[in-house]
Write a protein that binds this ligand. Structure first.
Ligand code: WT7
Length: 689
């Protein structure tokens, strides 16, 4: 969380009531330069009037018209199954066609993708729109003729940051196949969960990739994924393995006969083959993206074709300010929604040149990002507060050593502290680049709040007002509106539907309604979208100028380095260790990651704590979820602080880990335990293992 002391972090992570008063100094505005404004895509101030709430949903036509349709739609918004909405009903469209084919006439020799390998000794690849077209077609031929996959089938991808990932996604989209990419840092087990839930028969992966200078064996995770999925009742027919170095196998894990095949071998049969894009109904699912939520199981957010593509194209154009002649680099991983929306679909839909960087920002040194920016002449840069904090920590003076010039920069994924924002602005942006702080979620497909870069000043630490056509509202626990400028926080909701929003949770409509709409629904039978405010799950404060400041999650979700992790997921992973009786995860402030999870566990009777056991628990979490979920510390405690009804008081544990006040704990069932744990965590007593 943002804020200079632990207090704000504590409030943010504990927001169970809407009406907490918030205290911070309002930051000064920073204004966009006339040079930026002169070239911007969106300079029309009327856009907010055109997209006022009373004109919803008609104004979304502006976004639909950024796309090329086989058959134009007839109904802008179908609410017959509210709150599962369908935008642009009656239309036929193909996402792959819109991201590739339609650009050939004008841009076939322009770079679509700059692929930057992590090793500086490996050559950067510049893939033109024509070459992208060829490669997408050839891989689509493999999917169609070798695998027999068809529109509506689901395929799980577990691929690293390489050009073959968007090629795979676009080949799926060409045929109407629904892709579901699991972040490559996730474990084989986490990948298996996604295979099972989506009902995939095919897994597409890569043998290896570079990270931090080493070639990581990635194929081994595919074997675990297939095995785990089989145990959960889902048999994977084939594993398609891309080779990191075509023609060479870079993994030590053997290929399984009859199951595993090299994509690079299959492709040879289809060189030069063209596959016509399949005209898909506007509401056909384009992909699933799993995300953590309050209940243990990750949920597959289902994004449908036309609405999603229209919204990401529009926001890429107006908020990212991408012109075809720009070089745009979003440093997110394509395995997360940011990469889907703002590396692949949005930018390619508007004929951008998009950069894909394989590795970590600090390899081989703190200047790598700025060197890439210089060498490729990147002028739009997009990253997270975690990356900015890390880059500032390891090389505060690095940016000035490189000759690059950004016109535009983005921060996304978590709140940014004003002082970190200012380093980004002055040092990385060299006082030239404007910054947009974009607030949104996996579920929302694209931005919810941000300034429009040429139209509004920036305010460090605030995302800005609702995007054109997006109408936020803050409610307290009782459904009363918390007014802007009141200094009070509440649950931020969106009053109206927008094309980028997910259609449902894959296979679980009830959960979709319960989790996102039930709380403030005015009438559960209603087919009128006005009765269904969308609950984002974030606490926020809106200033009198309408700028939104996000405080953090109100549910059991921890935002680590801009990645959402369910506390329940981590706790369940810890509970797979037989010795563990109870587990509780709490968010702790961290200098670089923003937030890091701490894990408290109590053991079964008769089991002795030991360092070995703590290591075993850590390992279980990495196996079940992946290294991103690894707790900073595992505390083995004699008992958990509990209410009289037996509920674990995570709030108290969080305060102990953050070194803030635990408040009044006398009403707990076991108040004495609080003191014991505090002494243990704060190092006053030796931890007895
Ligand atoms: C959660 C969504 C947005 C795509 C990447 C993460 C937090 C996101 C901001 C921001 C403050 C932010 C929210 C949100 N968040 N952007 N600019 N300022 N907080 O997507 O994994 O679905 O996480 O990230 O808490 O609900 P996600």
């Amino acid at each position: 969380m943002s804020g200079k002391d632990g207090k704000e972090a504590k409030e943010a992570t504990e927001t169970t009531e809407a009406d907490i008063a918030v205290h911070w100094a309002e930051e000064q505005y920073f204004y966009p330069s006339t040079k930026f404004i002169a070239q911007a895509n969106m300079t029309d101030e009327n856009i907010y009037d055109r997209m006022s709430l009373d004109k919803c949903p008609e104004y979304w036509k502006e976004y639909a018209d950024l796309l090329t349709w086989y058959k134009y739609w007839d109904t802008i918004l179908d609410t017959s199954d509210a709150p599962c909405y369908n935008f642009f009903k009656g239309g036929l469209i193909n996402a792959s066609y819109n991201c590739v084919d339609r650009h050939l006439a004008k841009y076939k020799n322009k770079t679509a993708i700059h692929f930057v390998p992590e090793l500086e000794t490996d050559k950067v690849e510049h893939i033109t729109y024509q070459e992208l077209y060829v490669r997408v077609n050839e891989f689509a031929a493999v999917l169609k003729y070798e695998c027999g996959l068809m529109a509506g089938d689901r395929v799980t991808l577990h691929m690293p940051m390489v050009a073959e990932l968007p090629i795979t996604m676009l080949a799926c989209a060409r045929l109407g196949i629904i892709h579901s990419q699991a972040f490559c840092g996730f474990s084989g087990k986490a990948c298996a969960d996604r295979i099972v839930d989506s009902g995939s028969y095919y897994l597409i992966t890569m043998d290896a990739y570079f990270r931090g200078g080493s070639l990581i064996d990635h194929k081994e995770k595919a074997d675990i994924a297939v095995e785990e999925a089989a145990q959960e009742g889902r048999k994977i027919e084939k594993v398609l393995v891309w080779q990191r170095y075509p023609g060479k196998y870079s993994s030590k894990t053997p290929m399984v006969d009859g199951r595993d095949v090299f994509v690079n071998d299959l492709l040879k049969k289809y060189y030069g083959v063209r596959i016509e894009p399949v005209p898909m109904p506007a509401e056909a699912p384009l992909f699933l993206m799993y995300t953590s939520g309050t209940a243990g199981k990750p949920k597959g957010c289902q994004h449908n074709t036309a609405g999603y593509l229209a919204y990401t194209a529009g926001t890429s154009k107006y908020v990212q300010d991408i012109h075809p002649e720009d070089v745009y680099w979003c440093m997110a991983h394509i395995g997360w929604i940011t990469g889907h929306s703002y590396i692949v679909y949005g930018p390619l839909a508007i004929a951008a040149s998009t950069v894909i960087y394989e590795g970590i920002p600090t390899y081989p040194d703190a200047g790598r990002c700025w060197k890439i920016a210089q060498d490729l002449d990147v002028n739009i840069f997009h990253t997270t507060p975690t990356a900015i904090r890390a880059l500032r920590k390891v090389g505060p003076d690095e940016p000035k050593k490189y000759n690059y010039h950004f016109k535009h920069m983005t921060t996304v994924g978590e709140p940014i502290e004003p002082e970190v924002w200012k380093w980004y602005y002055h040092e990385v942006g060299k006082d030239e680049a404007i910054i947009v702080d974009t607030w949104w979620q996996t579920e929302t497909g694209g931005f919810l709040c941000s300034t429009l870069p040429a139209l509004q000043p920036m305010k460090p630490g605030s995302a800005g007002p609702g995007m054109p056509g997006i109408h936020p509202i803050v409610y307290d626990e009782h459904g009363n509106v918390v007014p802007s400028g009141s200094g009070k926080a509440g649950n931020i909701c969106i009053q109206n539907p927008w094309p980028g929003m997910f259609h449902t949770i894959w296979g679980d409509r009830d959960r979709f309604v319960r989790q996102y709409f039930e709380k403030y629904c005015k009438n559960p039978k209603s087919k009128d979208w006005r009765d269904w405010p969308y609950l984002t799950g974030d606490a926020a404060v809106v200033a009198s100028d309408g700028y939104v400041r996000i405080l953090g999650r109100i549910d059991d979700v921890i935002n680590v380095s801009g990645h959402r992790l369910g506390t329940k997921d981590i706790e369940s992973a810890a509970l797979t260790v037989l010795e563990v009786a109870e587990a509780a995860v709490v968010p702790v402030k961290h200098e670089v990651k923003g937030i890091e999870p701490d894990l408290y566990v109590a053991l079964r009777p008769g089991i002795q704590p030991s360092e070995d056991l703590a290591r075993k628990i850590m390992k279980a979490i990495v196996t079940e979820i992946g290294p991103i979920a690894k707790p900073g510390k595992v505390w083995i405690v004699p008992d958990m602080p509990k209410t009289r009804s037996g509920k674990i008081m995570r709030r108290v544990l969080g305060a102990i880990s953050n070194g803030t006040s635990v408040g009044d704990v006398m009403t707990l069932a076991n108040p004495e335990i609080v003191d014991m744990i505090t002494k243990m965590v704060q190092g006053e007593t030796k931890v007895e293992f």
